[in-house]
Design a protein around this ligand. Structure first.
Ligand code: BEZ
Ligand code: FE
Length: 288
């Protein structure tokens, strides 16, 4: 059997699959995987090393540590999936809505609720940051009662779920008011490395790549009748914007975080003892 005959035979072996989409995806997977082996003239030892790598990724994966998601992220597959399934700014025929980016592995269902103007820190360390904006539809109408889930790392670059104390911190949910407005206290985002003490970290190391993510604050926004939006905002001017380890940065999501000296009154009438920042992020949701 020639190389091509082998590929054709394996592709054909999926030909009777009942689910059309399954058949399409599996046949494409076989074609591309076989093309990869042919292009690289992959050796037995190299394929063995790949299997060992995937086995190690499986072993380190737990309920709170998902090495395969990390692998997908550092290979740009997560962002490519976003690119092919979510609208980008200026896509023909689509009104501009807020762009999406990677979910990442640190989202937690049922984070605590806060009132408008409340604080998501819950004990997480960092510089306070006033975050506010409006949620509208693509015609500019307010979306009242939209649910915002927000989460971020502390200023040691750690998410709450990476500590062993079981406490939720640096995350919350809140709802927009009748005019679609929201506001809350978060933390000024700081750079942090994706978990790099496992096989994905070794991969980055071999490639001479940094594990650092550009500083960001995560949002998930849902409202009845609208497509769910998963995104972040990034800090304008940060040095890592161009080399984010998971390729998540989009220009439209970069926001200035304005610096305020200690004692400068805040929008909600406080005079913090230390410096703080503020940023604005208006969100446009697309109808389902
Ligand atoms: C994050 O932003 O939380 C994240 C995204 C991808 C990989 C690791 C972390
Ligand atoms: Fe993150």
């Amino acid at each position: 059997m020639t190389e091509q005959e082998l590929t054709d035979k394996v592709v054909a072996s999926f030909g009777a699959a009942k689910d059309e989409r399954f058949r399409e995806v599996m046949q494409a997977l076989v074609r591309h995987a076989h093309a990869f082996v042919r292009e690289t003239r992959l050796t037995d030892d190299e394929w063995g090393a790949a299997i060992e790598f995937l086995t190690a990724a499986g072993h380190i994966t737990t309920d709170t540590r998902q090495e395969f998601v990390l692998l997908s992220d550092v290979l740009g597959i997560s962002m490519l999936t976003v690119a092919v399934s979510e609208p980008s700014l200026g896509d023909p025929g689509l009104a501009d809505s807020t762009e999406s980016t990677v979910l990442g592995p640190f989202f937690v269902q049922d984070a605590p609720g806060i009132e408008l103007g409340g604080d998501i820190a819950g004990g997480a360390s960092g510089e306070p940051s006033w975050v506010s904006g409006r949620v509208t539809d693509t015609d500019g109408n307010p979306v009242p009662g939209a649910r915002l889930e927000v989460w971020e790392a502390d200023d040691d670059g750690m998410y709450d779920v990476q500590y062993d104390d079981g406490e939720l911190a640096g995350r919350a949910h809140l709802f927009t008011d009748a005019e679609g407005r929201y506001r809350f206290w978060g933390l000024t985002p700081t750079p942090y490395p994706i978990p790099d003490d496992g096989p994905v970290g070794r991969l980055l190391d071999l490639a001479g790549r940094s594990p650092m993510r550009a500083p960001h604050l995560h949002f998930m926004v849902t409202a009845p009748g609208f497509r769910r939006l998963i995104t972040h905002i990034f800090v304008a001017g940060d040095a890592i914007l161009d080399s984010d380890s998971v390729f998540g940065v989009k220009e439209s999501l970069v926001r200035p975080f304005h610096r305020h000296e200690a004692g400068t009154p805040t929008p909600d009438g406080r005079q913090p003892a230390g410096p703080w920042t503020s940023t604005a992020f208006d969100i446009v949701l697309r109808k389902e």
